[in-house]
Design a protein around this ligand. Structure first.
Ligand code: PHE
Length: 472
């Protein structure tokens, strides 16, 4: 056991670190893509409702679990369930899930790093060619970038909670906000930009159906970094005098604002590129958007601001995504590190070596599953379709286990740890929370409809991904 638990230095430090975790590729790319394809403003509205009515109480529950127990997720579940064997399972899931999500997220971030470097070395025109992406992810360069990325992330982690994680967030997050705003202002001055803004903001409620509602829910849950043990771990670094409800609100607002603002960047760019476009026909995936479509859009800017100008805009964009991804990766990799320290008495340094070693091997397995190694490329068959190792990790941990973890958090907090204890923890540092409407809402929702919704999403995902059948 570490003698004195590390803590964030200030409330703002915590909020920026947690927002750093929450703001990621999900906000900057996946959200605008989803909103574009799913009714613009209408999707935004559904998404915001989910963030504040469903995800926010789950975030409070995770933070409270961590802060009460002063432990990593495995230790938190063990301690607050008085050693129940059954309740160890969610603890382990809250360790394995971030570990594996980190692996596939590392690989995607490696591609972002690669695109950033290609752009600054003058190759934007290459990025915009048809087959560049598939060629690029199969070159040995990705291994070098993987090593570089892991060195950066683990260097931050090795400096600890306050001097590493918090300091990085305090430097990188304001930088991210400035870059994002700068890019949005620039993009809004382009021809036809307002068509994009209109498309983004005018709600089309006819697009909203069961599938889109569940997509908005999954997106909100992922975007707030829930179900990954991150908020339990960060909660354990929070000071007792800080308000959990207040800080959670600040994180959720920041995260949603960044996602919203990213839409103001992407849609106007698309319409500047082609005012006749029907954006609902754009590619479904965020990978398609960021690696195939956006480079073409950036290159097209050369007509108005020249090749250098276009490259600069693209470089700032990829750097922005890279920074957002790095702060997310730092938070997710801290979970297994905290567990090894708390549960196995390892030093931070040793835990970093162990986690990084295993993740490096698994990340390589993911990176070669796009054609380099056949065995990983055609790893399994699910519902009659070949899936790579990378796909499998994403399907199991991101699509399936994430909502399950959320469900278990709700059930645990309300029915095992018990409402009264949870309430007491939320009132620490926030006396006004006692008896408030928020308190009643959080208690009621976490014990009733939130777990129900998460259960439905879990069942639907299992049916869809593993048996090719959807109920919604
Ligand atoms: N919230 C992150 C995002 O939107 C999700 C995430 C968090 C991914 C932590 C990895 C690590 O991209």
């Amino acid at each position: 056991m570490t003698a004195v638990r590390e803590h964030f230095g200030s409330r703002l430090g915590f909020i920026l670190a947690a927002a750093g975790s929450a703001v990621g590729i999900g906000n900057l790319v996946a959200f605008p893509v989803a909103a574009t394809k799913s009714g613009g403003g209408a999707f935004l509205l559904v998404y915001a409702l989910f963030v504040f009515l469903i995800c926010l109480p789950v975030m409070m529950a995770e933070l409270a679990l961590g802060r009460r127990s002063d432990k990593d997720p495995v230790g938190a579940y063990r301690q607050l369930s008085n050693g129940s064997h059954l309740w160890r399972i969610p603890g382990w899931l809250a360790l394995i899930t971030p570990f594996m999500i980190a692996v596939f997220y590392l690989v995607v971030t490696v591609w972002v790093l690669g695109y950033f470097i290609e752009t600054v070395t003058g190759n934007l025109n290459l990025l915009a060619t048809q087959d560049f992406f598939i060629h690029f992810i199969n070159t040995p360069k990705v291994f070098i970038y993987l090593v570089a990325l892991m060195l950066i992330i683990n260097a931050i982690l090795s400096m600890g909670v306050k001097d590493g994680i918090e300091r990085a967030a305090k430097t990188l997050m304001p930088m991210l906000f400035v870059m994002l705003l700068g890019l949005v202002i620039f993009v809004l001055t382009l021809d036809n930009a307002l068509l994009g803004v209109k498309y983004y903001l005018i709600p089309d409620f006819s697009k909203i159906d069961g599938t889109i509602i569940s997509k908005a829910m999954a997106q909100a849950f992922f975007s707030l970094s829930l179900g990954m043990g991150i908020m339990i771990t960060y909660g354990s670094y929070m000071k007792k005098r800080d308000s959990i409800p207040g800080s959670s609100r600040a994180v959720a607002i920041t995260d949603t604002l960044v996602a919203f603002t990213a839409g103001l960047l992407i849609l106007p760019s698309i319409f500047h590129f082609n005012p006749q476009i029907d954006p609902s026909e754009l590619s479904e995936s965020s990978a398609g958007m960021i690696f195939l479509f956006l480079p073409k859009i950036f290159l097209a800017l050369q007509d108005s601001i020249g090749y250098m100008g276009a490259s600069a805009v693209a470089a700032i964009f990829f750097f922005l995504v890279l920074v957002a991804a790095i702060t997310s990766l730092v938070s997710i990799i801290e979970v297994p590190i905290a567990t090894l320290r708390d549960e196995r008495n390892m030093t931070r340094k040793k835990a970093i070596y162990v986690v990084a070693g295993v993740q490096f091997v698994l990340a390589i397995a993911c990176a070669v599953s796009f054609g380099m190694v056949n065995w990983f490329t055609e790893f399994v068959q699910l519902a009659g379709v070949n899936k790579s190792f990378f796909d499998l990790v994403e399907i199991i941990f991101y699509d399936t286990i994430l909502p399950l973890n959320g469900l278990l958090v709700c059930l645990f907090v309300i029915y095992k740890w018990k409402k009264a204890n949870f309430d007491k923890e939320l009132q620490e540092g926030d006396a006004a929370f006692a008896g408030s409407f928020s308190q009643k809402y959080v208690n009621f929702s976490l014990g009733t409809f939130i777990p129900l919704i998460l259960l439905l999403i879990f069942i639907n995902t299992v049916a869809l991904k593993f048996f090719g059948h959807s109920f919604i």
